[in-house]
Design a protein around this ligand. Sequence first.
Ligand SMILES: [Zn+2]
Length: 355
Amino acid sequence: MEKILIKGGRVFDGERFSFADVLTDGEKIEKIEPDISLDADYIYDATGKTVSAGLVDTHVHIKRLSSDAFGINAEMSCLPFGVTAANDAGSAYGDRAFLDSIAVKNVVFVAQSLEGKELNFKFAEELLKKYGDKAIGLKVYFDKTISDIKDIKPLEAVCAYAREIGIKVMVHCSNSPVPMANIVRTLSKGDILTHIYHGGENTCEAENFEAFRIAKERGVIMDSGFAGHVHTDFGVLARATSAGFLPDTISTDITKLSAYRRGGRYGMTMCMSIAKDAGMSEEAIFRAVTASPAKALGKECEWGYLKVGRSADIAVFDYTDEGYDLTDKAENRIKNKKGYRCLLTVLNGQVIYRH
Ligand SMILES: [Zn+2]
């Protein structure tokens, strides 16, 4: 059994920071305590660095679950950024065997299809069967440019269907035909709204904040789904975060397009940098990429916490000259010479990425 010892880091356990060493034994975390002086097969000096559980991305699009033009290789788009578990948000292709073949731990939200203006639940049912217990929800698109949904009724039907079979609902909101406040009022505890700072029609502005606050209190998950500058208006982001409307989960919405065309090395670490520059505390940021998404995906017993006995999924970060520079559709530009960088990713007790 290989042992890895990560020494001297600032450890985020899913809730708070402390200083400790982390020791693995095979696939599990064996010890988290200060000054572990044991021989290990691999010793990593994390002095001045942050050590957390492997990150959890609430919103990705994996190749072979999405179309080849859109989906991206899961390992290449997650592991170098410290992400060891991800949710494919809108799966339509592939099957359970494919999900099991991906190194990144995963769950999926099944794409809910429309035939004209009618919801096609038969298609969703077939997909749910194909993915088995990896399928934890349905994904619905509220965007006039990509979906025929024009009012709130289809969402009410999808929510009723999802509640009946015990799964969640995730709503993509960009150019929404209805106010986002109506969407969040329709969602239940555990459902997810993504692209909360989208900046398209019916975006999140001051008049909605109260509706969002109430929905959050009821347990509706607010997901950033940044997508670089595509589904984020940095003006909306700045106004919302300064009014205290923070995301529960920070996610990439990474696709083949976003990974290579958005202001640098696009991935989870850039999303964390954006959140930091929007004024989120480091504790809030790390919670939003570990424990909160694990809970949102019903995986809090396996993912998102750095604890003894858990699977040895660990990531190490620094905050360094890892800049980014993004301009959104409204010409709001955000940039910083500094940003988060992933230095080490450990998956099931094996080093699988090292900067
Ligand atoms: Zn997406």
